[in-house]
Design a protein. Structure first.
Length: 363
C-alpha cells in the first residue's frame, strides 16, 4: 500500500493537514517512514534510527529509560525490534507557535505495528504536537503498539494531543511516560471518538518542583468498543501540581477510566474528575480514582459522576424549536466541551470540530 491510497479525509480527521501551517511533519505508513520534515530553526525532527547515529545520547540515555522494556507484555513485545518513530528536540529557549504534525497510518490487514517516539524539550523551550493515528479504512484489523518517552527541561512547555480514529477491529496499546522538569508545564489531550476493538493506555508523569502535568481525555464509546484509559501523575517535587480530567459518552461498549495521583512532597496539589454520560443500556462506564498522600502538607481531591441526559434539559431545548435528535446532539457536544488552559486556539478549535463531527455521525 502507498500513501496515495490513503483517504485524505482520514488524515484530516486526525489533525494531519499538509495545507495548514506547521513547524514540521512526520508520517509512518505501516512500517515505512513516508515523511520527516522540519521547517523551523531550533527544532530537530528525525527518524529515531537516524537520531541514534547523530546523537548517541538518544540511544544511551533516553531510549527505554522512563518506559521500561520489561514493564509488561506490551513493552516486552516492542523491545528488541528496530524502532520506527520520531525523535523531536527543541533547543533551549526556542518557542514554537505552529504545531508539529505527526501521523501513524495502518493499512496492512492483520499486521502488528510497533512505534517508538522520543521527545526532548530544552530548558525554556515550547512546542505543541498533534499526534494522530488511523487505519486506511474502518474495516482494518491488526495491532498497534506506540511507545512515547518525553523529557522536559526546566521551565519548558509541551502540549501533546493524541487523536485516534481506528477501525472497529483494531487493538491499540499506547505506552507513555514523561519527565516534567522544574517549573515546566505538560498538557496531554486524548481524543477517541470512533469504535475500536480495544484500547489500553495509562501514561505516567513524574513532576518536579513547581511543575505541572495535566491529562485530559474525551471518549465516545460505540458498538462493542473497549477502552481502558487513564493517567498516573507522581507529584515528586515541592509545590508540584497535577490534574486528570475525563469526559466519557457511552452508547455501547465498555470504558474503564483509571486515575491515580500521588502527592509526595510539601505543597503539592492534585485534582481528578471523571464524568460519564450514558445514552442507553448497552454500555458500561467504570471510574477508578485513586489518591496517595505521602506528606501531611498536600491537597488532593477527586470527583466522579455517571448519569443520563436530563429529560428536563431535553424538553427545554425542544420547546425552543429543536428536534429531539438535535437537542440530544447539542447536550452531548456541550458535555464533551473541555476548555483547556494553555492550549493554542488552533488545536482547541480542531478538537471541538472533531468532537462535533463524531457526535453528528460524520466520522
Amino acid at each position: 500500500m502507498n500513501i496515495g491510497q490513503i483517504d485524505t479525509g482520514r488524515l484530516l480527521d486526525i489533525g494531519y493537514d499538509s495545507c495548514t501551517a506547521s513547524c514540521g511533519n512526520f508520517m509512518v505508513l505501516d512500517h515505512t517512514i513516508m515523511e520527516s520534515q522540519c521547517r523551523i530553526e531550533g527544532l530537530v525532527v528525525l527518524p529515531l534510527t537516524q537520531a541514534f547515529e547523530k546523537y548517541p545520547h538518544v540511544r544511551e540515555e533516553l531510549f527505554f529509560n522512563i518506559v521500561f522494556c520489561d514493564a509488561n507484555d506490551t513493552t516486552r513485545s516492542a523491545a528488541g525490534r528496530d524502532p520506527i518513530g520520531y525523535y523531536v528536540y527543541v533547543h533551549p529557549g526556542v518557542k514554537i507557535e505552529e504545531p508539529l504534525q505527526a501521523a501513524f497510518l495502518f493499512g496492512e490487514t492483520g499486521a502488528r505495528q510497533f512505534i517508538h517516539n522520543i521527545i526532548e524539550i530544552g530548558d525554556g523551550a515550547e512546542l505543541n504536537i498533534v499526534n494522530g493515528c488511523t487505519t486506511a479504512s474502518h474495516g482494518r484489523e491488526g495491532t498497534h503498539v506506540g511507545i512515547t518517552e518525553t523529557y522536559m527541561g526546566r521551565n519548558s512547555h509541551l502540549g501533546y494531543t493524541m487523536i485516534h480514529n481506528w477501525g472497529h477491529a483494531m487493538e491499540v496499546f499506547p505506552v507513555g511516560a514523561v519527565s516534567v522538569g522544574e517549573g515546566a508545564r505538560y498538557i496531554s489531550n486524548y481524543v477517541g471518538m470512533t469504535a475500536v476493538k480495544k484500547i489500553v493506555t495509562n501514561p505516567i508523569a513524574h513532576v518536579a518542583s513547581r511543575a505541572s502535568a495535566r491529562f485530559y481525555s474525551v471518549i465516545y464509546s460505540k458498538g462493542e468498543s473497549f477502552f481502558d484509559t487513564g493517567a498516573r501523575v507522581m507529584l515528586d517535587g515541592r509545590d508540584a501540581s497535577g490534574e486528570i480530567l475525563s469526559r466519557v459518552v457511552s452508547e455501547g461498549g465498555t470504558v474503564i477510566s483509571r486515575q491515580f495521583l500521588s502527592g509526595n512532597q510539601a505543597g503539592t496539589f492534585g485534582h481528578m474528575e471523571c464524568s460519564g454520560l450514558m445514552l442507553n443500556e448497552k454500555g458500561v462506564i467504570h471510574s477508578i480514582p485513586e489518591l496517595r498522600g505521602a506528606h501531611p502538607d498536600i491537597n488532593l481531591a477527586h470527583e466522579a459522576a455517571v448519569g443520563k441526559i436530563s429529560s428536563e434539559e431535553l424538553s427545554y431545548l425542544m420547546t425552543r424549536g429543536l428536534t429531539e435528535e438535535q437537542a440530544r446532539s447539542l447536550i452531548i457536544r456541550g458535555f464533551l466541551d473541555i476548555k483547556i488552559e494553555g492550549l493554542p486556539e488552533k488545536i482547541q478549535s480542531f478538537m471541538e470540530e472533531i468532537i462535533s463531527r463524531s457526535v453528528e455521525g460524520s466520522i
